[in-house]
Design a protein around this ligand. Structure first.
Ligand SMILES: *Cc1c(COP(=O)(O)O)cnc(C)c1O
Length: 459
């Protein structure tokens, strides 16, 4: 893709000023934040690449949709618009709104997992696995080996390893498998897509054994775009058509609307099975709210319904992925170790290769997030040993093969010029990498420790 050949497919009608502090201010602030960028105030950040979750800019049509909010307690018109959008663009029959993706994860985990059951998945995601474990499930990684190799250029690193999955089914018995938890795209592998060919084979195998597929569809449009661009035989299809094809190969879905669907808050659980839907409809009242709002305001359901339609527009999705590749290609050209291929929602730095002098127990990826903030006011997130958490049985850290820093690009927020600033800061950090020190954790919360953990620098 030529860097200069794609410009923003929108114009800007409202702006939010941002400002860059001095280096000494940033050094003081990150130390006070316990060397954890999650603990910074957003205003202390110049370019915020912490996450692409809920950080996107809504369109004028979505803002107009907010004004059409019907805040009736029950049966809000916005719910029916959301339901219609999910049916039209994703093809699932039933929809239960939730406050965000993890609300849906909670419901499906409670409904389908019994203690001791296995939940295979194409790599884990922190909140997804946590809900599976809280319900008594045991997560099993069945992604292809290439996904754990930052140097592999496999174009579909989100693919399921059919042999691993079949082995698990045969060993444990299909009755002990709650469902296959299948993500499009795979966040922890670097925003890597799954191919349609692989998904079709996975579907065959799971149908043979009567195992359900629950689709973690936060970035399904991005995944569909990668299929359209890179999987032979799909170039003539629209992204919208591929999205529907993917969904049709699964039995239900958990959705974080804060990703693809271009809203700042919201999510849903989608199902095809009426019996399960009845159960979810009842359960959602306990934990989220009535089944026609599930923890969302009417106006937010309206914005999500509109965002779903916008998310599959060709111009939108092509530019969205282009921005990510624009940054990734610059870094690759400069010799910075990044995960290959470049994913769809962010660029992942290979912290293990960036900082080979820092052992994994000293949190090299977390140390790199600190250095990037000190250098350029850039906020990024650790995706390595800190995010991986601890083994429930042994209490020791999980030691993931990937020790990464994610630079997630919010949708429709920054321009290519901002991304040039990010690239410059990373290159300057790379030049000074030998001066970066490891970290020691001095406070560790029980759940999803990366949000609130505190550190000090190793002397
Ligand atoms: C964000 C995300 C979730 C959880 O959704 P929330 O809206 O943050 O609760 C689940 N899976 C994936 C792949 C995600 O990216």
């Amino acid at each position: 893709m030529q860097k200069s050949h794609r410009a923003e497919p929108y114009k800007i009608k409202m702006v939010e000023p941002i400002k860059k502090l001095t280096r000494s201010e940033r050094e003081r602030l990150i130390a006070a934040a316990g060397y954890n960028a999650f603990q910074l105030k957003a205003e202390e950040v110049y370019i915020d690449l912490l996450t692409d979750s809920g950080t996107g800019a809504m369109s004028d049509r979505q803002w107009a949709g907010l004004m059409m909010g019907d805040e009736s307690y029950s049966g809000s018109r916005n719910f029916y618009n959301l339901e219609a959008a999910v049916q039209q663009y994703y093809g699932y029959r039933f929809v239960v709104p939730t406050h965000q993706g993890r609300g849906a994860e909670h419901l499906i985990s409670r409904m389908l997992i019994r203690p001791g059951m296995y939940v295979p998945g194409n790599m884990y995601f922190a909140s997804t696995r946590l809900h599976q474990e809280l319900a008594g499930g045991i997560f099993k990684d069945v992604i292809v080996d290439e996904a754990h190799d930052p140097y592999s250029t496999h174009p579909f690193k989100g693919d399921v390893d059919l042999l691993k999955l079949e082995k698990l089914i045969l060993e444990t018995g299909a009755g002990n498998i709650a469902y296959l938890s299948l993500a499009t795209t795979v966040n922890m592998a670097g925003g890597q897509p799954i191919s349609l060919g692989n998904l079709q084979q996975v579907r065959q195998l799971t149908l043979q054994h009567g195992v359900r597929i629950i689709h973690d569809m936060a970035r399904v449009a991005e995944n569909a775009y990668m299929i359209q661009q890179h999987e032979p035989g799909h170039q003539h299809k629209t992204v919208a058509a591929i999205v529907k094809e993917i969904c049709a190969l699964t039995d239900g879905a958990v959705m974080s609307g804060k990703k693809d669907a271009l809203v700042n808050i919201g999510g849903f659980l989608a199902l095809n099975d009426q019996g399960l839907y009845e159960e979810a409809k009842n359960l959602v009242i306990v934990y989220e709210g009535m089944h026609t709002y599930g923890g969302m305001a009417g106006r937010d359901m309206e914005a999500m319904a509109i965002g779903i339609a916008e998310s599959v527009e060709e111009e939108h999705i092509a530019y969205r992925v282009h921005q990510v590749h624009y940054l990734g290609d610059q870094l690759k050209d400069a010799g910075i170790p990044v995960v290959n291929p470049i994913g769809t929602h962010g660029v992942y730095l290979n912290a293990a290769a960036f900082l080979p002098h820092i052992p994994q127990v000293q949190f090299p990826a977390q140390a790199l997030t600190v250095a990037l903030y000190q250098e350029g006011g850039i906020r990024s997130v650790e995706r390595g040993i800190l995010s991986a958490g601890r083994n429930k049985e042994t209490g020791d850290h999980h030691y993931p093969k990937l020790e990464l820093v994610r630079l997630a690009i919010p949708r429709r927020v920054y321009t290519l010029a901002h991304l040039d600033m990010v690239a410059e800061a990373i290159m300057a950090t790379f030049k000074n990498k030998d001066n970066i020190r490891g970290l020691e954790m001095v406070f560790e919360p029980k759940y999803m420790r990366f949000f609130q953990a505190r550190f000090q620098q190793v002397q």
